[in-house]
Structure formats: structure tokens, C-alpha cells
Design a protein around this ligand. Structure first.
Ligand code: GDP
Ligand code: ZN
Length: 393
């Protein structure tokens, strides 16, 4: 029996807006993660969507499903719990997408069969996961119900040519209709065969990225009944236990230290949490401190074990010029840059440049490990666009 309380792999849903990321998540997990369009309309901050599900294989007919009872009536065996990270596809939301790429172990690239391939975000998202080190990708050719067989094949060949041109050669392409639930078993099978469970480094120092934070108290609660702040995030390395003393960084001024009072996933309480999926860490923090995602982008570690926050970094920069071809000049002195560091977004100013090495002064202090990959976006034609990445040296 596999333990399915905590997800063991984070799979990103990437692709151009309206190609069906949220619909595919729904097909695979039964859950509707999309608050993106609603959030845009209401002008509030955009979060990464998460949805967990268990993949099964039917003992009777061999189909792959996300339910324990197969359509054929047979009983299915659990394979693993997976967590989907649904990244927003709007151009203005690249920062959120890039912070999502940090925590993806594999990705599903959703491409609509009824449009030319590639669309701008198809390319940009794939480049973003590539540079954050994601090797295992499954392409979902969605909306095949809207095109003829000939059109679908033509589109399939376009996809193949595109994938080869950006260095993803032997990627499976699965024709699917999310709305009609077509080829769900084939898609799950491709995911199981292509996106392997990463080796989790449980012995390493804890490194958890916060992607949300909350005050879960109802208005009017008595002070003695107040529950401490809750941190939602994903562990990249190490593990966390109930009772651990943890540090949240970077903070202005004093170190912020608290204790873990509870750990939860969608499936219930945990004593120990490891990497994979979204976990909620209940703490003794004043809930006012974690209200409304105020801790988003910060890092959790054990006390004294995190690198010190820095306000200057040096990056060895690789541009995606060849793939994205957008910028008319290289990075220049005093240019403002948007950096995605873990799940945080920071502003920096280029202060010195020698060949590919760029020194950057950061607006806010950041936690950066040596060798960490940082996404760099530049302002061009009145918008921020992904330019490339830098390895911290
Ligand atoms: P996202 O922006 O990539 O998350 O795309 P959504 O999942 O929100 O889908 C965008 C639109 O395409 C919605 O109106 C969906 O109902 C529609 N859609 C998604 N998948 C399919 C499909 O397989 N067939 C058809 N006909 N429409 C689809
Ligand atoms: Zn079956």
C-alpha cells in the first residue's frame, strides 16, 4: 500500500491562456482550481492554484484513473498522490507563473488543437520550466473535439516541430478533450511513465517556500481562543515536524522565530511533512502577521540553518534570446530587473557587468543559496518579459 496522505510530486500546468489548464486540472483531479479569472476581474492578487489527487491503475481492465473504483466496475490500486500547480496564463501574470516554476518537478504543457502553435505563452512558459530545471514534460493537445482529424494531425506536427526547436525532443503528445473527458486514461499513463517522483532530500536542511499565508480566525473570536498564523507552502528540501522551532526569513529587523503547532494537507493532519504538494503549517505567530498572504515569498527553515539574507548578488546569466527573440540590447548598467527568487519576486538594479556575469543590487533582502537559479525579467515595450536566468555565484 502506498501512503497517499502527502503528494510526492508537484506537476505544473502551463500554457497559453484559455488553452485549458484549469479544465485539465479539473479532469484529472475533479477539482476546479481556477480563481484566476475571477481574481483578475476583482483586481486582487493572483495565487497559484493547487489541486491534489491520487492516480490509480485498475486491477481488472488496466485503465489509469483518479478514482478507486474504475468505470469497468473493477477495483483500482493507488500509485501515488500528485499535486497540480496551476499557473496563470495571462501575460501580466508571468511573475506568478515563474514562482510556480520553482516548485514544479514536472509539467503538463497544454496546447489547444484549434490554434496555431506556438502561442506566445506556450513558448514562454515552456522556457520558464526548462530553465528552472524541469526535464520531464507531457504535452496535452487539448480541445481535439473542436477540430477535424486532418486539422488535429496538422496541429500535432506543428507541436512536434516547436518542441524540437526548443530542445524537448521525445516528449509525449496526448490528444485530449478536457470537456468530454476523452483520453483521460492515456494522459494519466503518460504522466506516470514520464514524470517520475523526484528523490526527496529529507536529510538536507529544511527549505520551505511560502506561497500563501492566513489568519484563520473568525472575526469576533476571543483573544484566548485565537489560533496562530498559518503558513501555506511547499517544502523543497528537508522535513518539518510538529513541535519544531522554525525561522521565517527574510524579515526587516529582528529574526522571526516560532513553533510548529500543526501540519496539514488536504487529506488531514500530519506529524511530519516532506517535500511534495502544498502543506499548511500552523504556528504560534500572531495571526495578524500572516494575514492576507503577507508572508508570501518568504522562506521557512530551522532556526539558524537558513543562509543570511543578502542585498547584493552576482549572477551568471544565460539569456533565452534565441528562443524568445524579443530584446533589442543586452542588460545594461542601472537597468531595473525583476527577479524571481524561489517563490518571491524582487526588484534589482544591475550595478556591474562583465561578459555574462551581472552584479545586482536588490531592493529587498533575499535568501539565496549558491548555485540557485533565478529567473530574470526585463522591461521591454512597456511590459516585463522573461529574458533568461542567472545562476547565483
Ligand atoms: P486556462 O485559461 O488555460 O486555464 O483555460 P480553461 O481551462 O479556463 O479553459 C478555457 C476555455 O476553454 C473554457 O471556456 C473551457 O470550457 C474551454 N475548454 C477547455 N477544454 C476544452 C475542450 O477540451 N474542448 C472544448 N470544446 N472546450 C474546452
Ligand atoms: Zn477497469
Amino acid at each position: 500500500m502506498v501512503d497517499t496522505k502527502q503528494a510526492v510530486v508537484n506537476i505544473g500546468l502551463i500554457g497559453h491562456v484559455d488553452h485549458g489548464k484549469t479544465s485539465i486540472t479539473k479532469m484529472l483531479s475533479g477539482k476546479w482550481t481556477d480563481t484566476h479569472s475571477e481574481e483578475i476581474k476583482r483586481g486582487i492578487s493572483i495565487r497559484l492554484g493547487f489541486a491534489d489527487t491520487v492516480f490509480y491503475k485498475c486491477n481488472k481492465c488496466g485503465a489509469y484513473t483518479s478514482e478507486e473504483k474504475c468505470k469497468c466496475g473493477g477495483k483500482a490500486t493507488a500509485l501515488r498522490r500528485v499535486s497540480f500547480v496551476d499557473a496563470p496564463g495571462h501575460e501580466t501574470l508571468m511573475a506568478t507563473m515563474l514562482s510556480g516554476a520553482t516548485i514544479m518537478d514536472g509539467a503538463l504543457l497544454i496546447i489547444a488543437a484549434n490554434e496555431e502553435c506556438p502561442q506566445p505563452r506556450t513558448k514562454e512558459h515552456l522556457m520558464a520550466v526548462k530553465m528552472s530545471g524541469v526535464k520531464n514534460v507531457v504535452v496535452v493537445q487539448n480541445k481535439v473535439d473542436l477540430v477535424t482529424k486532418e486539422k488535429a494531425l496538422e496541429n500535432y506536427n506543428q507541436i512536434k516541430t516547436f518542441l524540437e526547436s526548443v530542445g524537448y525532443k521525445d516528449v509525449p503528445i496526448i490528444p485530449v478533450s478536457a470537456n468530454m473527458g476523452l483520453n483521460k486514461s492515456e494522459l494519466i499513463q503518460a504522466i506516470e511513465e514520464t514524470i517520475e517522483t523526484p528523490k526527496h532530500d529529507d536529510k538536507a536542511n529544511l527549505y520551505m517556500c511560502i506561497v500563501r499565508s492566513f489568519d484563520i480566525n473568525k472575526p469576533g473570536n476571543d483573544i484566548e481562543n485565537l489560533i496562530g498564523g498559518v503558513l501555506g507552502g511547499t517544502i523543497l528540501k528537508g522535513q518539518i515536524k510538529v513541535g519544531d522551532e522554525i525561522e521565517i526569513s527574510p524579515m526587516d529587523g529582528e529574526k522571526l522565530i516560532t513553533k510548529v503547532v500543526s501540519l496539514r494537507t488536504d487529506k488531514g493532519e500530519l506529524e511530519v511533512a516532506k517535500s511534495g504538494g502544498l502543506i499548511a503549517v500552523g504556528t504560534e505567530l500572531d495571526p495578524a502577521m500572516s494575514y492576507n498572504d503577507s508572508m508570501k515569498g518568504k522562506v521557512v527553515g530551522h532556526v539558524g540553518k537558513l543562509p543570511n539574507p543578502v542585498s547584493q548578488i552576482e549572477l551568471d546569466v544565460t539569456s533565452l534570446e534565441r528562443e524568445l527573440m524579443k530584446f533589442d540590447k543586452p542588460i545594461f548598467i542601472n537597468e531595473p530587473l525583476v527577479l524571481t527568487i524561489g517563490t518571491s519576486t524582487n526588484l534589482g538594479i544591475a550595478s556591474a557587468i562583465t561578459k555574462n556575469k551581472v552584479k545586482i543590487n536588490l531592493k529587498l533582502k533575499s535568501i539565496i543559496e549558491k548555485g540557485q537559479n533565478i529567473a530574470i525579467s526585463r522591461n521591454f515595450q512597456n511590459g516585463w518579459h522573461l529574458y533568461g536566468y542567472g545562476r547565483s555565484i
